[in-house]
Design a protein around this ligand. Structure first.
Ligand code: SAH
Length: 262
């Protein structure tokens, strides 16, 4: 896998490089980003709240510096409705509308860290070309885009896809391609992918994901164990011999659903 981190997203970012939100016109009590309006005065725009989150992640066992830096660089509150912004830096999943949830920061960090433990990403220190299934609000896409060459992210609910597009345009990530569609088919035009990550889980891994996984690539997805309601993280590695699967800790993701909602 040949991997070069794009110039504009080279990691780790220095704190001085972390972009500030633009102030909204005449209203000093609000910050605007995409369609969301976030109240200020909660301290959410201070780097301190994100550094506290990173400290908690580190205590919880996340040790990859690139992952921790990326989590400290992305403003999670920008991706949430203003009513939930005060909870943005707690380690909790939160509703994003349409019956969906943004994952807990610790789970996002853990899954990305697992991707980095794959053979290709370990050698190149980049996630390479990434496929994400389940854009949701776009937060995880923003984090991954800082750690990859490029990212294709698929969402099946049009309203979430559209809102994520506005939010991600607001922070100018030019290495993200958002796709509206059924992620169970992956996205063949940009395949193969060095890393594949899903934010929704079913009982079976769609064949397209395995087909679109590059040599030395790694896939990390939640999956329900046959005959049970329990979901675990499943890791699949592709090497010269073929694919190898391992099971990890229990998780609780929204279901992977076929088809789209327009
Ligand atoms: N990481 C996301 C989490 C989103 S929740 C974030 O940062 O917000 C999981 C998302 O997966 C939901 O938005 C849901 O609509 C989406 N999803 C479920 N099944 C899907 C499918 N077959 N194709 C694409 N997206 C799907």
């Amino acid at each position: 896998m040949s991997v070069a981190t794009p110039r504009s997203n080279r990691f780790p970012l220095r704190l001085a490089q972390v972009s500030r939100l633009p102030q909204s016109g005449g209203d000093k009590a609000l910050h605007r980003s995409g369609q969301s309006v976030t109240p200020v005065g909660l301290g959410l725009d201070s780097q301190g709240v994100r550094l506290q989150l990173v400290q908690r992640l580190r205590k919880g066992g996340v040790s990859h510096c690139g992952v921790l830096d990326a989590m400290s660089a992305v403003c999670r509150h920008d991706f949430l409705d203003s009513a939930l912004a005060a909870q943005a830096y707690e380690d909790t999943s939160l509703p994003i509308g349409h019956g969906q949830t943004i994952s807990k920061p610790s789970v996002i960090a853990r899954m990305i860290e697992l991707l980095f433990e794959g053979e290709g990403a370990r050698k190149s220190a980049s996630l390479g070309r990434v496929l994400e299934i389940g854009t949701g609000c776009g937060y995880q896409a923003a984090v991954i885009s800082l750690l990859s060459i490029n990212l294709v992210s698929i969402e099946r609910i049009k309203a979430l896809h559209d809102r994520a597009a506005v939010r991600l345009a607001g922070i100018r990530r030019d290495n993200i391609r958002l796709v509206f569609g059924d992620g169970m088919f992956g996205h063949p035009p940009n395949a193969p992918y060095d890393s594949i990550i899903a934010a929704a889980g079913g009982e079976h891994l769609p064949a397209a994901w395995l087909e679109q996984l590059a040599p030395f690539g790694r896939l990390v997805v939640p999956s329900r164990q046959p005959g049970s309601d329990r979901q675990v993280l499943v890791v699949v590695d592709r090497n010269e011999q073929g694919v190898r699967q391992s099971l990890h800790e229990a998780v609780n993701f929204v279901p992977l659903i076929p088809g789209v909602v327009v």
